[in-house]
Design a protein around this ligand. Sequence first.
Ligand code: IVH
Length: 677
Amino acid sequence: MTATASTRKKVELLREEIRFHNNLYHVLDAPEIPDSQYDQLMRELQTLEAEHPELVTPDSPTQRVGAEPIAAFGTVEHRLPMLSLNNVFSEQGLAEFHRRVTEKLELVEDADIAYMAEPKFDGAAVSLQYENGRLVCGATRGDGTRGENITHNVRTIEAVPLRLLGKNFPSLLEIRGEVFMPRAGFAKLNERARANGEKTFVNTRNAAAGSLRQLDPRLTAERPLDCYVYSVGVVEGGSLPDRHSEILDQLQEWGLKVCPERRLVAGIEGCIEYFANVGERRDSLDYDIDGVVYKVDRLDYQRELGFISRAPRWAIAYKFPAQEELTQVENIEFQVGRTGALTPVARLKPVFVGGVTVSNATLHNMDELHRKDVRVGDTVIVRRAGDVIPEVVQVIADKRPPGTRRVRIPRHCPVCGSHVVRIEGEAVARCTGGLSCAAQRSESLKHFVSRKALDIDGLGSKLIEQLVSSGRIKTPDDIYKLTAADVAEMERMADKSAENLIAAIKKSRRTTLSRFLYGLGIREVGEATAASLAAYYGKLAGIMEAAVEDLQQVPDVGPIVASRIHAFFAEEQNRRVIQELIKDGVNWEETEPQQTARSGPLDGKVFVLTGTMQSMTRDELKARIHALGGKVTGSVSKKTDYLVYGDKAGSKLTKAQNLKIAIIDEDGVNELLLINK
Ligand code: IVH
């Protein structure tokens, strides 16, 4: 059936509407319609195109992913070379760049030249060629003169329009920019690869470049790629504004994605301020950047400045200190944490990375260590990003010396010699020494005195380690028995600081129940859980005596956390320490338990939930049951009043049937909650 004029028109209008919303969503990050409505428009277009295949054009929004993989990449000659940028690494380097610019332009050195500043994106450079507004070619930078034809892949990136919006674009327009992978998408991609036992990408740059070099565009289409454009190459059959900043604004109007972080800054001061500002926000951007790029804004100045070898004189990259460097692994040791967890740590040949000298890097746990197969003697990539602990990213396989060996979990704790166990299915291996292990003891004490716990000023890590190894303190209560004389005996401890410390210890005795609970270092009990427990029970005694099922009534406390809390307070040694602490004067204000206040029509009724609910999460349901005075427990027993089941209900359902307990589904519980409201 050939399409009528009105169908043609309809198809054209649909495409225009989709392009418009595509631009709002992917380029301007300001969608106006819900996804469902967008999907509806796409479906309508797909249906019409399926009915009238002769109407399908390559620039239709339905045609982003071509049908077949290509056999090999073709070559694209860049009519204007794709240049690189010169780099500087300091304010001084930047000042020299500015001086060269002003000198060549014969301006005074403090001239407030306008520079267009934007982040230096850490991805892969691309050239996008538009003929009469249609994307006809996408290419990599290659050697700057010749790149690879990656049109089939570039077309799959939603931020790259297949057709320019509006009018008045030059008949030939080559645009340049950077394809990158946002951090969130990168993390998900790697998570999935890990779950499937596939290879992960080392960083977002490799992931972006790798994704662009796929022969099958369907694979590229599955990768979360994005693209910011930052300059133009060939322009024919039309003209562009005569300032770089205005060109970028124009490109945005034509539907290309330009970085919203870009700013026009004045002179060297403006450049420095911008660098500091972006540097501060770097970690909160959702894509990786490795510096800032400045370009002289006026194109007549750019022409006058020209090029030097392969880089423009009118632009410069001010790079952040490298976040990744190569170095050698000198040793692999195991650190013992507060809960006995053994963390493998690589001792490295010191290397300057991310602005500091790094000589240790975490290997997280045994699974990570084995997955990366890091060995003593290996050359590795170390990364230190922001405030994150330095980590070993990858081993350079080619550089492995002969005779290296896989690292094994030690059988005995390197600190106390106790057995090390690794529970089946857990990534973590643990020392079984408990508080008899000096490492666990020191780490627990450090936790107890930390800012969010008892907050003892002046009792730092080194001092705790000394006090522990000299036998002065073993458990938290020992801290309150210290005298100024005990402390003054420690290395580098003047009498005055010893007295200050004793005063701080004394002051810390007045605390809150929530800080105290957190400070005890019960596994899985972080700040938030400690606060919930304190609010719910009001009194320590209530928590110490609570049964596992009772503890699960506290918001955020599930069966595992509840059993950890219960086990902690069941331990005689822990009860003794608590008693001692209270005897030593540690105190807080106790309040009335909230739990008693929460009574209602479902008072005393015990619910067990199983399976997935549709209309609400399990936590929401739990909260609603609590609000009416009911209890929710983890396992079915004779005491259970109702079993509520959702999708994929498990063995609890069978058990409830056997015990002849009332079984209700989601609608049933909703009704029950409504009646009893
Ligand atoms: S402008 C002639 N702006 O850095 C100047 N480049 O070392 C052309 N890059 O290959 C480049 N972010 O891939 C420019 N905001 C930005 C950039 C940027 C990243 C990359 C680009 C280029 C390399 C040059």
